[in-house]
Ligand binder design. Structure first.
Ligand SMILES: [Zn+2]
Length: 254
C-alpha cells in the first residue's frame, strides 16, 4: 500500500474518515504459520476482535461497496466503513465471521473463481504456505451470514502483465463463473496485487462491474473513480523505533 501506513487503531484516522469512506483490506485472520513469507497478510483473531470492537464502540456501521460508490457527499459523521477480504480464505469465514457477527458487521470477500475449495496456488508456487480457500458450501455459509462476494479473477494473475485477451478472460470469466455458480449478480471486483493499467480498468468497467478496489492508499472520496477505489491495509503495528516515535507524536503507525 502506498505510504505503507496501515490501519491499526482508529484514532489517527478519524479526520481522514470524514473526507471519504474507508475501505479496509484484510486477507487472513488467525495465527501466522511459522513458515509464511507473507506475514503482513495475517492478523490474529485478537487483533481483529480489537479492531471490530473499536469500530463498533466508535459508532461505525459497515456499508456495502454499492453504497460506498453512490455516496456523493463527504460522510460528515465519518462513521461508515467497508470491510473487504481478498482471496476467499476459509479463515475469513471461520475466524473473522463470528467476530463480525458479534459486532453486527458485514463484509465482502473477493473470490478467485477457479480456485474455490483449493489453495492459494499463486503464492504456493513461490514457496508460500498453502492456505485453504472457501469451497462452494462455505461461500454459501458466508453469504447466508449476510456477507457479499466479489470477483478476484480466475487464477490471480498480475493483470497488466498478461495479454489483453487473457486479462479479459480473467475479468469477464470470473464474473460469469461466480454468477452461474451462485445465481446472483456479481458487481464488485478486486485487482490481484493491486496491479492494473488503464486498459485493465476499462475492461473491468466494460464487464459490467459497478466497483473495483485497488491497493492504493486512501479513502474513497465522493466523485472518485468507482473502478479505482483506494483501501487501507489492516495490520498489527510493529514495535520498531520509528513507530515508537510516531506513537509519541500521535501519528499513524507503520
Ligand atoms: Zn489476492
Amino acid at each position: 500500500m502506498k505510504k505503507d501506513i496501515h490501519f491499526t487503531k482508529l484514532a489517527p484516522f478519524r479526520e481522514m474518515f470524514r473526507q471519504g469512506i474507508p475501505v479496509i483490506c484484510y486477507h487472513k485472520v488467525g495465527r501466522k504459520p511459522l513458515r509464511t513469507k507473507l506475514r503482513g497478510i495475517y492478523v490474529t483473531r485478537n487483533f481483529f476482535r480489537q479492531q471490530m470492537r473499536e469500530l463498533q464502540q466508535g459508532g461505525f456501521r459497515t456499508v456495502t461497496l454499492d453504497e460506498c460508490a453512490m455516496t456523493t457527499t463527504p460522510p460528515d459523521d465519518g462513521k461508515k466503513v467497508v470491510l473487504t477480504f481478498d482471496d476467499g480464505s476459509v479463515t475469513a469465514l471461520k475466524n473473522a465471521g463470528p467476530i463480525m457477527a458479534g459486532a453486527g458487521f458485514t463484509a465482502i470477500n473477493y473470490l478467485v473463481a477457479d480456485l474455490m475449495g483449493g489453495f492459494n496456488a499463486w503464492d504456493v508456487v513461490h514457496g508460500e504456505v498453502p492456505d485453504r480457500l472457501m469451497d462452494e458450501a462455505q461461500v454459501r455459509d458466508w453469504m447466508a451470514a449476510g456477507h457479499e462476494i466479489g470477483a478476484h479473477t480466475r487464477t490471480h494473475p498480475r493483470l497488466s502483465k498478461i495479454s489483453h485477451a487473457q486479462a479479459r478472460e480473467e475479468i469477464f470469466g470470473s464474473k460469469k463463473i461466480l454468477e452461474d455458480r451462485f445465481g446472483i449478480p456479481i458487481h464488485h471486483f478486486c485487482y490481484p496485487y493491486g496491479d492494473l493499467s488503464p486498459s485493465v480498468r476499462d475492461l473491468v468497467a466494460e464487464a459490467g462491474y459497478a466497483t473495483a478496489v485497488t491497493t492504493q492508499w486512501g479513502v474513497h472520496e465522493p466523485g472518485g473513480d468507482p473502478f479505482l477505489i483506494p483501501r487501507l491495509g489492516a495490520r498489527a503495528y510493529s514495535f520498531n523505533f520509528r513507530n515508537v516515535f510516531r506513537r509519541l507524536l500521535g501519528r499513524p503507525l507503520e
